[in-house]
Design a protein around this ligand. Structure first.
Ligand code: MV4
Length: 491
């Protein structure tokens, strides 16, 4: 087993990884920036090293600083978490050269999967269904026109060096194609340093469904079922769940096995995710996320597998601790990303001091958080402060527990997006599982629903003198009162 792990990340995921380390008896090392001196993760670690100024380019993205801290601390492995250096083939290769185990796929596999055209070609080769479109990068208009005529309009042009939705252009007719191709290539070149783009048939309002994979260094690969992540805004996922209400056991088995086969074929080591679009009963491959993802806990809740721990075991050269037939999906889990964002003001970030804090608990509730009471959220990084996860024997029970937990959760001093989550947990289409990637823009009543929820809470608090003073708010009472009113809300 690796002996000491440096966690090259911050916030809730750094704490999550260090928790796995502690469960495994492995000492953990934090690296922190100027802005994170008071952060929970820097205190949670067994050791912590200062690595530079607040901007990530000068700290969390600075390979020399991170490697330097690993050497100074004697760490023999680095866990990159998500974002920052997580899918950087150069960083994985530097770790390999320095004799430090990068916890994740090899630099070769990271480079392959980071090239979205190459990844698509590889998946076609592995027998995974992909969205109709190109298997080469598209350079000329004539080529683009030919493909678009084959697939039919609309089409979507995507940067090969990108991923996660940035720099994509939807093209509705042939008349727009030439300009769109040129502008997407230009954006791709400036944003990702590579002008290469590819074309796919554009699916309208598909579901976003992804399979969790684990591959080891012995040629084994398994899947842990799927997650549905359709509720997103500007390419930021807000709510994820497992299993997807749209996936049948048959489809899960078929596509899960295809995804795991593809992982085995490319020599994938570690935890990874294969993203699909789901439209009219069919799944189409989009891209691979070669890292532990934000939403991994919903899969952990329904399978009982500690994904981070498996990743550490794999990096240590151990075989997977389970086989495909050991994987069972039990019940349903939902995750709400709790962000320091104002849902009433176009979700603008709202960093600042948390003046009061109370975590929810009780049956089926998990909170993965990077904050504590009196902590000040710095403005330099992404605004996610915690993840609230609810498990139930079925989806209805998971939703009921999520609602209850959202009302127990108290975050004072800063605006956050809990009103949004409260509104979605009461939304009839969400409750029915009728989801799509355009859910938020289609649900035009969400803002009014959020306002009604806030007013309902305010009128209740007005009747409860003890709940008015921030520091004296008692979570349980607020929760009981708010939930008691819930039946009177909405349609
Ligand atoms: C698509 C798509 C429809 N058809 N690909 C890719 C990354 C993910 N975050 C969004 N992506 C999409 N890929 C095909 N073939 C729809 C989306 C998509 C989207 C694309 C552009 C702008 C906003 C979007 C919102 C949701 C989904």
């Amino acid at each position: 087993m690796v002996k000491k792990i440096l966690v090259a990340n911050r916030g809730e995921i750094a704490v999550r990884i260090m928790r796995a380390c502690r469960d495994m008896g492995i000492p953990s090392v934090a690296v922190y920036s100027e802005a994170d001196k008071e952060a929970l993760f820097a205190r949670y670690a067994d050791e912590a090293y200062f690595i530079g100024p607040a901007p990530a380019t000068q700290s969390y993205l600075n390979m020399q600083k991170v490697i330097g801290a690993a050497k100074e601390s004697g760490a023999d492995a680095i866990h990159p978490g998500y974002g920052f250096l997580a899918e950087n083939p150069k960083f994985a290769s530097v770790c390999e050269q320095e004799g430090i185990k990068f916890i994740g796929p090899s630099s070769r596999v990271l480079a392959l999967l980071g090239d979205k055209v190459a990844a698509r070609r590889e998946m076609i080769r592995a027998g995974v269904p992909v969205v109709p479109g190109t298997d080469e990068c598209v350079t000329e208009f004539g080529q683009a026109r030919g493909i678009a005529r084959q697939t039919g309009y609309p089409v979507i042009i995507k940067p090969s060096g990108g991923g996660g939705g940035i720099g994509m252009t939807i093209v509705w007719s042939e008349g727009e194609l030439e300009k769109a191709l040129e502008s997407t290539q230009a954006i791709a070149a400036t944003t990702f340093g590579i002008a290469d783009v590819y074309i796919e048939k554009y699916l309208t309002n598909p579901r976003h469904i992804e399979f969790q994979l684990l591959g080891d260094s012995h040629g084994n690969a398994i899947h842990l079922g799927e997650r549905e992540c359709s509720i997103q805004r500007r390419h930021q996922k807000l709510i994820e769940e497992s299993p997807s209400p749209a996936v049948t056991p048959k489809l899960r088995k078929e596509m899960g096995e295809k995804a795991a086969n593809a992982a085995r074929l490319v020599g994938y080591e570690g935890a990874g995710t294969m993203e699909f679009l789901f439209s009219e009963g069919k799944l189409y491959f989009m891209e691979v996320n070669a890292r532990v993802q934000v939403e991994h806990p919903v899969t952990e809740m329904v399978t009982g597998v500690d994904i981070v721990k498996e990743g550490i075991r794999i990096a240590s050269g151990l075989p997977l601790s389970l086989t495909q037939k050991d994987v069972k999906v039990h019940g349903s889990a939902i995750e709400c990303r709790i962000n320091a964002e104002d849902p009433f003001n176009d979700f603008v970030p709202t960093p600042g001091k948390i003046t009061s804090y109370h975590s929810p608990g009780g049956p089926g509730i998990r909170v993965d958080s990077g904050v504590y009471s009196s902590y000040t959220i710095p403005p330099f990084y992404d605004p996610m402060i915690s993840k609230l996860i609810a498990w139930g024997r079925d989806r209805r029970e998971a939703i009921a527990r999520m609602r209850r937990a959202l009302y127990e959760y108290i975050i004072g001093g800063i605006k956050n997006n809990m009103p949004f989550h409260k509104a979605v947990m009461e939304n009839p289409r969400f409750i029915k599982g009728k989801l799509g990637t355009h859910f938020i823009e289609n649900e035009i009543n969400l803002l009014a629903d959020m306002k009604a929820i806030i007013e309902r809470e305010a009128s209740l608090e007005a009747k409860m003198p003890h709940a008015r003073e921030d520091k004296k708010r008692i979570a349980a009472i607020a929760a009981v009162a708010a939930v008691a009113q819930m039946s009177s809300f909405g349609r």
